[in-house]
Design a protein around this ligand. Structure first.
Ligand SMILES: [Zn+2]
Ligand SMILES: [Zn+2]
Length: 264
């Protein structure tokens, strides 16, 4: 399974890249490449087009309804609804209420864009414990700890496992989702000390590292670092508690679960 970081900036798009969006690709036994997106936050639909033709997406899974994780679905919807090609309805797995939220942003009554006759998106609510199958991907959904209903995901495909934290503070469900993951794509939005007055919102480098160590993750990719945070501080916090492979997410970073599994 191949992960491509489309955007990884924490909380809002930054000067060097978009907010959260991660592309996963996996070939099936017939050689067809399946593509799913985990989140499509502010600014991420732009760089997505530099990586793939968005029409080749098979589904999108949204972790929670904060704009830095779903807002660029507005761009994807325009692309899908008004495309010269006749595209099949795209499954969008998301917390309940996404369709309503998009209607509010777009200022319209229903889910059908003006001037077209059919729905571009097939909205499918997600819940804790749900198992989703999309081509070769098996996705386990788990409710994590954030300021709004928020979900992490454990994605298995091609013999590899990638866990995405979504936005969360420390919680048991995150550990269940990340058990033995080849790639643990984990947010570290806060800094120890600086952000101690907030709880139940984000992890820090240290808390992400502690989670990775607790579950025996093979590698940790730290993400959701805001522009006002020095990533070296986050990295140092993590290194102090996790001695596995650590990578800072950056736009266009590619990680293959197969190469992680081949590590000594
Ligand atoms: Zn966020
Ligand atoms: Zn959030």
């Amino acid at each position: 399974m191949r992960l491509t970081v489309v955007g990884c900036c924490g909380s809002f798009a930054g000067p060097a890249g978009a907010a959260s969006s991660y592309l996963l690709e996996q070939e099936d036994e017939d050689g067809r490449t399946w593509r799913i997106l985990l989140d499509l936050g502010s600014g991420a639909f732009g760089p997505l087009q530099a990586h793939i033709d968005p029409a080749t997406l098979d589904a999108v899974v949204i972790s929670h309804l904060h704009p830095d994780h779903f807002l660029d679905l507005t761009g994807l919807e325009v692309f899908w609804a008004y495309n010269a090609r006749d595209l099949p309805r795209l499954p969008i797995f998301a917390p309940d209420g996404l369709a309503h939220r998009l209607r509010a942003v777009l200022g319209r009554e229903g889910d059908v864009p003006d001037g077209v006759t059919c729905l571009p998106f097939d909205h499918r609510p997600i819940r804790d414990g749900q198992e989703i199958e999309i081509g070769p991907f098996r996705i386990e959904i788990g409710a994590v700890r954030h300021t709004v209903e928020s979900f992490g995901m454990r994605v298995a495909a091609g013999g590899g496992v990638l866990t995405y934290s979504g936005d969360t503070d420390t919680c048991d469900r995150l550990l269940e989702l990340a058990r033995g993951a080849d790639v643990f794509l984990c947010e570290a939005g806060y800094i120890e000390g600086r952000d101690d007055r907030f709880s139940g919102v984000h992890l820090t480098g240290r808390r992400a590292g502690e989670a990775a160590a607790a579950v025996g993750a093979r590698s940790l990719v730290l993400t959701h670092i805001a522009p006002w945070t020095d990533p070296e501080v986050t990295l140092a916090e993590t290194r102090a508690v996790f001695d596995g492979q650590i990578t800072m997410a950056r736009p266009a970073l590619v990680v293959e679960t197969e190469s992680v599994r081949a590590l000594p």
